[in-house]
Write a protein that binds this ligand. Structure first.
Ligand code: ZN
Length: 307
């Protein structure tokens, strides 16, 4: 089995960091992640820089990033304007976020969920026409900091309506880290049943320490792409008390030891997480960065080829 790790550290990870990193440091981070073997990376977001100052250099990051064959740069967008910026900047893919919680959608994107779905319906065909791969993420799919529980029927309904515009993939996101494995199995299982051909991606935050258990549950019901951020950095500027994504190197350790292929080098990722600690001036939440790999020859012990 092969699982695709989608690195979201440069976007989801950095966006709520207090320290604004220089563009060159962000590019160096992305280059390190690519060198570790990651092939899909959410490199920035095209959002209002007044609301997310860390992402104000989105265009400069794309302009300064060398192109690598086989590597897909994803720009997060929340509306048509963001998409136009991502297209002009040369993103290979765009990820649109539609929030299952009406309240969260209004706070995060300034419009209601229906308007975001309408924007996605314009963005998806425009992206395809421009040779850009459009994907869509249903945020707060497992719970909302403002509304509490989210009706799974609403999540599935939104996902099905977004699927009409033929995304390359649909993700369900646990934006504030409240999901548990039974809920992950249930929601992704329902989606799989309704959209058996659609590639699915999972986006988990480890706020309540259920992140890796949720990764396992998602894989068990057919999810084949997992979002993760190096070091487990991040949060969400609009989700109170949200913490980082599942740490890429921790997820990778889990997958390696389960005999699942990713093509990513764990040693390079751990090195990058340690390097990142220097850049942001504090320890990252990930565990592998502290504990190290096991056994020391890591991937070789699983009979896999080091990328
Ligand atoms: Zn997130």
């Amino acid at each position: 089995m092969k699982i695709e790790l989608v690195e979201v550290g440069p976007r989801d990870g950095l966006q709520s960091e207090g320290v604004i990193l220089p563009t060159a440091t962000k590019i160096a981070l992305i280059e390190r992640l690519i060198a570790a073997g990651l092939r899909r990376l959410e490199v920035t977001s095209f959002v209002n820089p007044k609301r997310v100052p860390q992402m104000a250099d989105a265009e400069a990051v794309l302009a300064g990033l060398p192109r690598h064959p086989g590597v897909s740069t994803i720009g997060l967008v929340l509306n048509r304007k963001g998409f136009e910026r991502a297209r002009a900047a040369g993103c290979d893919a765009v990820g649109m976020a539609v929030t299952a919680s009406e309240t969260f959608n209004r706070r995060n994107q300034g419009v209601g969920t229906e308007e975001s779905i309408a924007a996605w319906r314009e963005i998806a065909p425009a992206a395809r026409e421009a040779g850009i791969a459009p994907n869509v993420t249903i945020s707060t799919a497992f719970g909302c900091p403002f509304e509490g529980e989210i009706d799974p029927n609403r999540v599935i309904d939104i996902a099905l309506r977004c699927a009409d515009s033929e995304p390359v993939e649909i993700a369900l996101a646990d934006t504030i880290g409240v999901a548990v494995p039974t809920q992950v199995e249930d929601l992704f299982g329902r989606l799989r049943e309704r959209l058996p051909q659609m590639p699915l991606r999972a986006h988990f935050h480890n706020t309540r320490n259920t992140g890796l258990a949720n990764v396992c549950a998602a894989i068990a019901v057919g999810v084949r792409a997992i979002d993760a951020s190096v070091g487990g950095i991040g949060g969400c500027p609009f989700a109170p008390a949200a913490t980082g994504n599942v740490p890429t190197e921790d997820v990778l350790y889990l997958l390696n030891r389960m005999g699942i292929e990713t093509g990513v080098s764990i040693d390079r990722l751990i090195d990058t997480a340690r390097w990142l600690e220097q850049q942001i001036g504090k320890a990252v939440p990930g565990m592998l960065v502290k504990a190290g790999n096991f056994p020391r020859d890591g991937l070789a012990a699983c009979g896999q080829v080091q990328a």
